[in-house]
Ligand binder design. Structure first.
Ligand SMILES: Cc1cc2nc3c(=O)[nH]c(=O)nc-3n(C[C@H](O)[C@H](O)[C@H](O)COP(=O)(O)OP(=O)(O)OC[C@H]3O[C@@H](n4cnc5c(N)ncnc54)[C@H](O)[C@@H]3O)c2cc1C
Length: 352
């Protein structure tokens, strides 16, 4: 099947849904292709206050307030010896409603964002995997995709947005990926029911806990239904390469034993999900846009989960890209210079 559209968005995570929604809000045709069927699992549960402004533009704030996501007001730190810091309350530093944010189940949050895109007029096709990027000279002009029956589809667009997360379709096709030589981190995580949680305003605090020798740190993110997401981040060499056992459960247990912050908090809890891992996810693209294309979210880059900035960057880069695309379509300019408008500053500010 052959389809022509103004904008083709590859990937239906937060960056793709944001770009697609904001372009569709201005009356342009948008097709979004997502290889999975939502709701699908994804890591990245802790939002930060700055997400408020893009969520507001998307019309998502009432939906977030009506959701069951746990309210997050603060972060707290635990030293390698188990010493707990005072909470860092966002509203003390910025007394504004944006200082309350959320801890989200990504399967639910991403579904809400994609439904919101549909409600704005985006044509969303799930179960549709992009297999090839189409060029005319240096310009990207569309993509080929395959549905679940194996049928092939061709899409032509004035602008193609790569929002395919770590698949990085355009970045890899053009050889633009730069792996971070220093970070080289890895993570192992799971979910616990009945683990310790604070009450009241502190219930939704993210707790960051160091392991002994400061080799790594745990995140502790309280979700709804009494579930807590608990994961360890450390250099990949330390967490995986230099160990006899590569078994996720063994590695996780070894690190819990070295973390006086985590041990007592999960001691009486029940594990309610498998162990999962991610390795060497720190990279960025040498270029954010070209003629007819732009990268958003993890399809541009991702460094470190320490600051919980991944979803914020997905939302913000999606908003920058959408504004550049809309302005470009209005004046019939979809060149690299137009499509990268503002984005290099965003990525420089947040990922150096
Ligand atoms: C260990 C770890 C912990 C993290 N913790 C946090 C956190 O606490 N807070 C936070 O904000 N961020 C966190 N992040 C980062 C966060 O997960 C990402 O930055 C965020 O999901 C990026 O959103 P995105 O829309 O760019 O990509 P994704 O959310 O990955 O969405 C990309 C979508 O594209 C689809 N896709 C891929 N290939 C194709 C294809 N060929 N055709 C069609 N569709 C395709 C995928 O199915 C997917 O749905 C963490 C990351 C890691 C690794």
């Amino acid at each position: 099947m052959f389809t022509e559209t103004d904008v083709l968005v590859i990937g239906g995570g937060p960056s793709g849904a944001t770009t697609a929604t904001l372009v569709a809000q201005k009356g342009f045709q948008v097709q979004l292709l997502e290889r999975e069927h939502f709701p699908r699992y994804h890591i990245g549960e802790s939002l930060i206050p700055e997400t408020f402004w893009v969520l507001e533009r998307l019309g998502m704030l009432p939906k977030m307030r009506n959701s069951r996501f746990v309210n997050k007001h603060s972060v707290q730190f635990v030293s390698e010896h188990g010493k707990l810091s005072e909470p860092f309350y966002f509203n003390i530093h910025k007394p504004h409603e944006s200082s309350q944010t959320w801890q989200v189940y990504r399967q639910q949050f991403d579904q809400m964002m994609l439904d919101n895109a549909r409600d704005t007029g985006v044509v969303v096709q799930e179960g549709m995997r992009v297999t090839e990027i189409l060029f005319e000279g240096q310009r990207i002009v569309g993509a080929r995709a395959m549905d679940e029956s194996g049928a092939k589809h061709e899409f032509r667009a004035k602008v193609v947005v790569d929002a395919a997360g770590q698949s990085c379709l355009i970045q890899d096709r053009l050889g633009l990926r730069e792996w971070d030589p220093v970070l080289k981190k890895a993570a192992v995580w799971t979910y616990w029911k009945g683990a310790y949680r604070d009450a009241g305003r502190d219930e939704g605090a993210t707790i960051v806990m160091q392991t002994q020798g400061k080799k790594g740190w745990f995140w502790y993110i309280p979700l709804q239904d009494d579930v807590i997401s608990v994961g360890v981040v450390a250099p990949c060499d330390y967490l995986f390469t230099s160990r006899a056992s590569k078994d996720f459960e063994t590695i996780y247990a070894d690190e819990v034993a070295k973390c006086p912050g985590v041990q007592p908090r999960i001691a009486n809890a029940e594990r309610v999900a498998p162990y999962r891992a991610a390795k060497e996810y720190s990279y960025r693209s040498k270029q954010v846009a070209g003629d007819g294309w732009v990268l958003v979210g993890d399809a541009f880059g991702f460094l470190d989960p320490l600051y919980s900035s991944g979803v914020l960057l997905a939302l913000k880069s999606g908003a920058y890209a959408a504004d550049a695309i809309v302005a470009g379509l209005q004046k019939n300019d979809t060149s690299a210079a137009q499509l990268e408008h503002g984005a290099p500053i965003l990525w420089r500010e947040w990922t150096v």
